[in-house]
Design a protein around this ligand. Structure first.
Ligand code: ASP
Length: 592
C-alpha cells in the first residue's frame, strides 16, 4: 500500500497512529542529528522528522540524500510538533519516520516549485507538469473542475441534456479563421474544427431536444492576446420555445448559482443596458461597471466657439476623473497624451481641463475657451474642484473607442477595478448587421443565424440598404467587470428569413446552399423558435478569480505564437503522412 492518508489530512487527533504517506520532497532542513522534510501531494504538505538517534543509519543516510521532487513513500508515527505552524492545516503534527522508500529520483527541477516560482512563463509551460505541482496553478485547475461540475449540476436541474457534437466538421462562420484538417479518404478535401457547435445545436432544437448544453472545446485561428487561446472552452447552450427574456433569466440563474457555490458570492439581479446606451455612456459594448467616469457629450457647448478641431468633429466627448488635477503635472499629461496617440489607440490629441481649487481652470484649450465656458463643461460633466476633465473629438465610433481606453486606463491607475467586486451586466439589443466601410459589405454582428427583433422582420425582408444598417437583433452579451463572459441570440428559424440574411451577408444562393444547405433544409421540417447562449468557460474562471489571463486556468495552454511548449507543437510531419493525405505531392511538383 502506498498510503493510508494523504499529505493534507493528519491532525492532532491522529497522534500516536502509524501512517504511511507518499508524495514529493518539497524541501529539507538538516540540523545534523535531526532532519525535517516537507512531503507534498495534491492535498497538502506534511512535515517528516528523521531522527538519527531513533532510526537506522541507513534510513538516516537515505533521508539525507533526498533531493527536491524525489518521490518517496514513508511510514512513521504521528507526533505533536514542538514548534507549530499555523499557516498549514497539518501544522500541529509531524511524522517520526520509521521506514523510507525512494520510489523515484528526480532531476533538479529547472525552477522552484513554490507559490512564487523563479521560472519564466515559457519555461514553466515547457515543464507544465512541474508547474501544475505548484499551489496557485493546481488550485486554478481544481477551481475549473469544480466550476464545470457545478455547471452540469445546475443545467441538469433545469432539464438540459448534454450532447456531444462532432469536432471534424465543416466551417462555421463565427467570424474567425478556421483550423482545418485534411481528409485522407477524400483527398483535396478538408474538415474544419468547430469555432462553436452553433449549427449542430440549432439542428438539435429542430430534432426536438429542447434544452441542450455542452462544455465544449472550440477552435479559432486568430492572432493571440493574453486572454485568447486558439482552443478554448465554452459552456454552450440552446433552448427551444423560448424568448430572450427566458434565456436571460435562465443564464442569470446559472451565473448566480456558480458564484454562490464556488466562491460564496451572492450576486444581485443583473442590470440590463441597450447596446446603443452602452456605446454612448462607456464607448464599449462591455463596460466595466465597477466604476463610473461616464462619458459626457459636449457638442452643444463646445462646438462653434472658434476651436476648429471641435467644430470639424462629429463628436466631442469627455470624462471627468476625480481628484487628480493637482497630482498630474504637465509631464504626466504629456505622457498620457503620447499613450493615447500610440497606434493601438490612435487619438490625434488629448484635451485636458484642470478644475483648480480656487474655481479657476487650466486647460490645453484655454485660448479658445475662457473660464466661464470651461465652467459650463465642468458643470455638465459633474466636476468639482480638484477634478480633471479629458476630452476627445473626432468621428463618433473611433472617438468613443479611444475614450473607452482612456477611461479603463484611469480606472486602473486609480485602483477602481477592485478585486472581489463583481458587476454583471446584460447588454441587449445589439445591431443585427455591421457595415464595413472598407469592404463595402455587411458583417453579422453576432453570427449569421441571429434573428432580427420580431418587429424588424418586415423591414428586413423589404427595407432598403439604410434600413439594414439600423436593424436590431435579439442578441445579448453577459458582461462582468468589463469582460465578455457570454453571448447569444434568438435564432432565425424560418428558411426565407435565413436566406435573406445570407444574401445580405454577401452569400450567393448557391454558396449559402453549399455551406448551410443542411440547416436551411432542416428549417423546412418544422423548426421550432429557438435561441441560446455560450459562456467563455476559461474567461469565466479568470474573472471569478480576479485574474486577467485565461491561460492560468488551462492545464496545457499555448503561448503567444500558438505553440504548445511542452509537446513542441505544431511540428512538421513525415513525408509519408503528407503523401497519404495527398498534400506533399503538390509541393514536390512545384520543386520539380
Ligand atoms: N455560437 C455563439 C458563440 O460562440 C454563441 C451563441 O450564439 O450561442 O459566440
Amino acid at each position: 500500500m502506498y498510503r493510508t492518508h494523504n499529505c493534507g489530512e493528519l491532525r492532532m487527533e491522529h497522534i500516536g497512529q502509524e501512517v504511511t504517506l507518499s508524495g514529493w520532497v518539497q524541501r529539507s532542513r538538516d540540523k545534523g542529528f535531526m532532519m525535517w522534510t516537507d512531503l507534498r501531494d495534491r492535498y497538502g504538505i506534511t512535515q517528516l522528522l528523521f531522527n538519527e538517534e531513533k532510526s537506522s543509519k541507513e534510513l538516516f543516510e537515505t533521508a539525507r540524500s533526498l533531493g527536491r521532487e524525489d518521490v518517496v513513500k514513508i511510514t512513521g508515527v504521528v507526533i505533536e510538533r514542538v514548534s507549530k505552524n499555523d499557516k498549514i492545516p497539518t501544522g500541529s503534527i509531524e511524522i517520526e519516520v520509521t521506514a523510507l522508500e525512494v520510489l523515484n529520483k528526480s532531476k533538479v527541477p529547472p525552477f522552484t516549485i513554490e507559490d512564487d516560482s523563479d521560472g519564466g512563463d515559457e519555461l514553466r509551460m515547457k515543464y507544465r507538469y512541474l508547474d501544475i505541482r505548484r499551489n496557485p496553478v493546481k488550485e486554478k485547475l481544481m477551481f475549473r473542475s469544480n466550476l464545470a461540475i457545478e455547471t452540469r449540476k445546475y443545467l441538469a436541474s433545469q432539464n438540459f441534456v448534454e450532447v456531444e457534437t462532432p469536432v471534424l466538421i465543416k466551417s462555421t462562420p463565427e467570424g474567425a479563421r478556421d483550423f482545418v484538417v485534411p481528409s485522407r479518404m477524400n483527398q483535396g478535401q478538408f474538415y474544419a474544427l468547430p469555432q462553436s457547435p452553433q449549427t449542430f445545436k440549432q439542428i438539435l432544437m429542430v430534432a426536438g431536444m429542447d434544452r441542450y448544453f455542452q462544455i465544449v472545446k472550440c477552435f479559432r485561428d486568430e492572432d493571440l492576446r493574453a486572454d485568447r487561446q486558439p482552443e478554448f472552452t465554452q459552456i454552450d447552450c440552446e433552448m427551444a420555445f423560448v424568448t430572450q427574456e427566458e434565456i436571460l433569466n435562465t443564464f442569470e440563474g446559472l451565473t448566480k448559482y456558480l458564484f454562490k457555490t464556488t466562491i460564496g458570492v451572492e450576486l444581485p439581479d443583473f442590470p440590463r443596458m441597450q447596446y446603443d446606451e452602452a456605446m454612448r455612456r462607456f464607448g464599449s459594448d462591455k463596460p466595466d461597471l465597477r466604476f463610473g467616469m461616464e462619458f459626457c457629450e459636449l457638442n452643444d457647448i463646445a462646438q462653434n466657439k472658434g476651436f476648429s478641431v471641435f467644430d470639424n468633429s462629429e463628436l466631442v466627448v469627455g470624462i471627468c476623473v476625480e481628484g487628480i488635477a493637482e497630482q498630474y503635472s504637465n509631464k504626466d499629461i504629456k505622457k498620457l497624451t503620447e499613450w493615447m496617440q500610440r497606434p493601438q489607440i490612435g487619438a490625434k490629441g488629448l484635451v485636458y481641463v484642470k478644475c483648480n481649487a480656487d474655481g479657476t481652470f487650466k486647460s490645453s484649450v484655454g485660448k479658445f475657451f475662457d473660464d466661464a465656458a470651461l465652467a459650463e463643461w465642468a458643470q455638465k460633466m459633474g466636476a468639482k474642484a480638484g477634478d480633471m476633465l479629458f476630452v476627445l473629438s473626432g468621428e463618433t465610433d473611433k472617438t468613443r473607442k479611444q475614450l473607452n481606453e482612456l477611461r479603463l486606463e484611469m480606472g486602473r491607475r486609480l485602483g477602481l477595478m477592485k478585486e472581489g467586486d463583481f458587476k454583471p451586466l446584460w447588454v441587449v439589443d445589439f445591431p443585427l448587421l455591421e457595415w464595413d466601410e472598407e469592404l463595402e459589405r455587411f458583417h453579422a454582428m453576432h453570427h449569421p443565424f441571429t434573428s432580427p427583433k420580431k418587429e424588424e422582420v418586415e423591414r428586413m425582408l423589404n427595407g432598403d440598404h439604410e434600413t439594414m444598417k439600423r436593424l436590431k437583433a435579439d442578441a445579448y452579451d453577459l458582461v462582468i467587470n468589463g469582460s465578455e463572459i457570454g453571448g447569444g441570440s434568438i435564432r432565425i428559424h424560418d428558411r426565407e428569413l435565413q436566406s435573406k440574411n445570407f444574401k445580405l451577408l454577401g452569400f450567393t444562393p448557391e454558396e449559402a446552399e453549399a455551406q448551410f444547405g443542411f440547416l436551411l433544409g432542416a428549417f423546412e421540417y418544422g423548426a421550432p423558435p429557438h435561441g441560446g447562449i455560450a459562456f467563455g468557460f476559461d474567461r469565466l474562471c479568470a474573472v471569478m478569480n480576479g485574474s486577467s489571463s485565461i491561460r492560468d486556468f488551462i492545464a496545457f495552454p499555448k503561448n503567444n505564437q500558438g505553440r504548445d511548449m511542452m509537446i513542441d507543437a505544431p511540428s512538421v510531419i513525415h513525408q509519408e503522412q503528407l503523401d497519404e493525405l495527398g498534400i506533399g505531392v503538390i509541393e514536390m511538383d512545384v520543386e520539380a
